[in-house]
Design a protein around this ligand. Structure first.
Ligand code: ZN
Length: 88
């Protein structure tokens, strides 16, 4: 298992559609309910098993317009070792 060089947390990598490897939290995939491409907190960045990348605002299951997505939380959501925003 890999470790993040910035914060030493356990991570896995998922290959994105653009061929780049993206670090995600090292745990089972989860179901997220979120508002795609909307600003606000809490921010989430999610990578799916087919290599798609999504970002938006975390929501709850019964909110209007919420998107249900299964995947992994991008490590860039939580990494505390990074001072700069990741280059998406
Ligand atoms: Zn990290």
């Amino acid at each position: 298992m890999a470790k993040c060089k910035q914060c030493d947390q356990a991570i896995e990598f998922v290959k994105l559609g653009n061929g780049k490897w993206h670090p995600v939290e090292a745990r089972e995939s989860e179901v997220f309910y979120f508002h795609r491409d909307q600003p606000g907190m809490p921010r989430v960045k999610i990578v799916t098993a087919n290599g798609s990348f999504f970002s938006g605002r975390l929501g709850t299951r019964h909110e209007n317009g919420v998107t249900r997505l299964e995947g992994w939380l991008s490590h860039f959501t939580s990494c505390e070792g990074r001072e700069e925003a990741p280059p998406f």
